[in-house]
Design a protein around this ligand. Sequence first.
Ligand code: VGL
Ligand code: ZN
Length: 187
Amino acid sequence: MAREALVIVDFQNDFTPGGALAVPRGDEIADRLNELAGESRFDLVIATRDWHPSDHSSFREQGGPWPRHCVQGTPGAKLHPRLDRSRIDAVIDKGQDPATEGYSAFENPELEQLLRERGIERVTVVGLATDYCVKNTALDALRRGFEVEVDTSATRGVDVQPGDSERALEELRRSGAKIVAGGARVP
Ligand code: VGL
Ligand code: ZN
């Protein structure tokens, strides 16, 4: 069996209801994330954090598209309190570079290093947001030669334009990712 990692993308306060850049119903995935993180098929469970300097180029004040969010060290940048930290083996921060959007967690080279070190061949990508950081992290994983699965029971999208998340999943499917809707229990 291929060695497998779970990558939980940006499940942080600012991306959940009440946060600065709330993903609609973003908090709904908490239980499913914890359930996945406890599955024995994962040899490694990683949580990523969007971790911006306060003058990041993606903020409106700097001419970017987003309200200020996930500023390093602020409460909004903390992992969501309902994420069971005891199941997380490593936290990888990204988005520090003021010059890039930082949508892909692979912008931090530590992610690939850790996956290679542990002999991971397959990654399941979940978290927030489907149409930005989940999408770009999963596409980068494919480009780097990993088998990629995205479990839509544990992702939610921003959908600035209606259908963005559906289109992101379609692009991922075309690029070679396996899209599953896990968590459904057959009675
Ligand atoms: C994200 C917008 C801006 C994400 C991060 O985590 O999907 N989206 N920064
Ligand atoms: Zn961001």
